[in-house]
Write a protein that binds this ligand. Structure first.
Ligand SMILES: Cc1cc2nc3c(=O)[nH]c(=O)nc-3n(C[C@H](O)[C@H](O)[C@H](O)COP(=O)(O)OP(=O)(O)OC[C@H]3O[C@@H](n4cnc5c(N)ncnc54)[C@H](O)[C@@H]3O)c2cc1C
Length: 380
């Protein structure tokens, strides 16, 4: 029997698992193949929903779903933390003491925020990039009516490159709705020489920031937060005061990648950009945020990558040539407030082009938010 082990029960892990179940239905039923997914959480979090939770527009239960509900019944789920991946023995060790041998391994361990790695940030700042952070920010925003809000991106790469822009536009509208926009100064900061990595997006967003009286600073790399003085200290020697700091904290790959010596120093797995195999391994694939690829850390990327990985593993098991390739395809909606949105499509060769924000795209985004669980189940 061939065994496939997937580590990580986020969107990348569940879509890959469900696609494998579809492509290998007969083989699994006849017990020629097993697919096991290892997740250290019982529930999957729909992370794009955190943006809306911070503004009290969705509740916690709307964006959490039991992973069992998302998986095809033929798949095996183990709720456990993988503590070590031993590629020489083709084995995954779990914190339960159990070990899983594999013929094919899919690493889908995602990314995590590490606010504790920025001195003073835990004491002096906020973020919405995990559930606890988004809930704390929601409560803070509900009471905030006057002062300077700094939205600061504290390193690249981070999940959903457009989310900091979205939250800035949503803050602008949020304070307008509450009649206090004139009392609130908004400042957005970004680490490189423009306000977004992609030039075409950067130009339009910069223009929209200017129209909405949103300030911005580039080449802004925080190294420390002083929670007493409420000041951000930067590598460039600036000291930026704030009343409310909304950060995009530094990101890292999963601890198991670092502990198993499979990643670079930040924990991203070196990955072939077309085959999605971990570099140097024939039977180890990487999907979603866990890769070191120069593509967005986005759910849509995880989705498109999962198709390629599932197709190639299924082909190899069936004795067919594994010819599917990933060409960097990504798609992101961009909320420009609470009533309009735009979107971008791009791949390794094609830069994104923005369409003018409109209501229709915003409604599509809201509809997609509701339908997301069908995507996680591999049905959309
Ligand atoms: C605020 C916000 C807004 C976003 N908006 C969008 C958007 O609009 N569109 C979009 O496409 N993307 C968006 N994203 C990005 C998207 O959510 C992520 O790119 C996506 O969740 C990545 O999926 P993943 O499965 O690779 O990783 P994750 O979702 O991080 O899942 C990895 C899973 O693996 C588990 N895991 C890690 N290590 C282990 C281990 N050792 N053992 C067992 N389990 C382990 C983790 O606990 C986690 O459950 C947004 C993200 C945020 C934070």
């Amino acid at each position: 029997m061939k065994s496939i082990v997937i580590v990580g029960g986020g969107v990348a892990g569940t879509i890959t698992a469900n696609y494998l179940a579809m492509r290998l239905r007969e083989e699994i039923r006849e017990k020629r193949v097993s697919v096991t997914i290892v997740s250290d959480r019982e529930k999957q979090l729909y992370e794009p929903g955190l943006l809306y939770l911070a503004f009290n527009r969705v509740e916690e239960n709307d964006i959490l779903k039991d992973i069992r509900y998302l998986l095809d019944p033929q798949l095996e789920l183990k709720i456990a933390r993988a503590t070590r991946i031993d590629t020489e023995k083709s084995r995954v060790e779990l914190d339960t003491g159990e070990a899983l041998d594999y013929d094919y391994l899919v690493i889908a361990t995602g990314s995590r925020v590490v606010p504790e790695e920025m001195p003073g940030l835990v004491e002096g700042g906020h973020w919405f990039y995990n559930l606890d952070g988004a809930k704390r920010l929601r409560d803070e925003l509900a009471a905030f009516r006057k002062g300077k809000v700094v939205i600061s991106v504290m390193g690249i790469p981070h999940k959903c490159p457009v989310a900091p822009i979205e939250v800035t536009f949503m803050l602008d509208e949020f304070f307008k709705i509450h009649g206090v926009r004139k009392e609130v100064e908004l400042l957005y900061t970004y680490p490189i020489n423009r306000i977004f990595t992609m030039e075409t997006v950067s130009e339009l967003v910069q223009q929209m920031f200017e129209e909405r009286n949103i300030g911005y600073k580039t080449f802004f790399n925080p190294v420390e937060i002083d929670p007493e003085k409420k000041v951000i200290v930067t590598l460039e020697g600036e000291e930026e005061p704030y009343d409310l700091l909304i950060s995009i904290p530094p990101h890292r790959g999963s601890q198991v990648i670092i502990d198993s010596g499979l990643g670079d120093k930040e924990g991203w797995v070196p990955t072939d950009r077309f085959t999605l195999k971990a570099e140097g391994y024939e039977n180890v694939y990487v999907v979603g945020d866990a890769t070191n690829l120069p593509v967005s850390k986005a759910g849509s990327v995880a989705h498109f990558e999962a198709e390629v990985v599932a197709e190639n593993i299924a082909a190899e098991i069936k004795g067919l040539p594994p010819t599917a390739r990933y060409f960097g395809k990504a798609m992101c909606f961009i909320e420009t407030g609470f009533g309009e949105a735009t979107y971008i499509w791009f791949d390794y060769e094609t830069p994104p082009r923005l369409v003018k924000p409109n209501k229709f795209i915003h409604w599509m985004k809201l509809a997609y938010n509701r339908m997301f669980w069908l995507t996680a189940r591999g049905m959309l």
